[in-house]
Design a protein around this ligand. Structure first.
Ligand SMILES: C[S@@+](CC[C@H](N)C(=O)[O-])C[C@H]1O[C@@H](n2cnc3c(N)ncnc32)[C@H](O)[C@@H]1O
Length: 209
């Protein structure tokens, strides 16, 4: 499995060290679920999900006591209960889906996160045809997330697997208030991502409160 990292990426380790215990986190398409233990040990309430029975079985077996956090089910239809999530962690989940499904991904993420909740993780940018993994084009997430999320952090990734090197970014997107969903109809402007990146000189930015 070329996407299997075999451990927890550095950017997530740094994030957890700086933001322990910030509520309920969802790990969708968790695969082997290396991050599940890290979230739990950082005092998050973790729910992970995968619809592959093989992945779920392997993750549970590998995780031992943390395996209880892995649910078998479909991200798009699973009943996660009434409380929304504070954080959703993304890694090679969006890129596993063909682009026509991406608007559904955006809507489902928005549905599952509380206002000001965060979608944080690794996003794969590539202009190569086909997939998986299916790469994002420049500015494509801004369009997908228009009226639903605003970008609050964007950094290069320094410990990518060779396949993803130079093509993935650590990004954090903040859920906008539900009433700004009307921005999809153009009522509220979403920040320009190119401008956002330039203003940071390619570095990172956090302004989440
Ligand atoms: C490329 S793998 C990534 C696994 C893991 N996130 C990682 O970084 O190693 C994508 C995973 O998403 C799961 N998946 C894809 N669509 C899903 C869906 N709708 N609901 C739940 N899991 C899904 C697949 O079974 C697979 O395990």
């Amino acid at each position: 499995m070329p996407w299997d990292r075999g451990g927890v990426p550095e950017a997530l380790q740094r994030y957890l060290a700086a933001h322990p215990g910030e509520g309920r986190v969802l790990v969708p398409g968790c695969g082997m679920g290396y991050e599940i233990r890290a979230f739990s040990e950082a005092d998050y309430d973790v729910v992970a999900i995968d619809f592959s029975p093989v992945a779920v079985e392997m993750a549970r077996a590998r995780l031992g006591p943390w395996g209880k956090f892995v649910q078998a089910g479909d991200f798009f239809t699973f009943d996660f209960g009434p409380a929304p999530f504070d954080l959703v962690y993304e890694r090679t989940f969006l890129s596993a889906m063909p682009p026509p499904v991406w608007p559904q991904y955006a809507r489902r993420m928005a549905e599952l996160l509380r206002p000001k909740g965060l979608l944080a993780g690794f996003f794969f940018y590539s202009t190569e045809e086909g997939g998986p993994p299916f790469g994002l084009g420049r500015g494509q997430l801004v369009e997908l997330f228009r009226g639903l999320f605003r970008p609050v952090a964007d950094e290069p990734v320094t410990d990518s697997l060779p396949f993803f090197a130079g093509k993935e970014r650590w990004q954090i997107w903040q859920r906008l208030p539900a009433d700004s969903d009307t921005a999809r109809a153009g009522a509220i402007a979403t920040p320009n991502f190119d401008q956002f990146q330039c203003s940071q000189g390619g570095g990172s930015k956090r302004e989440m409160d």
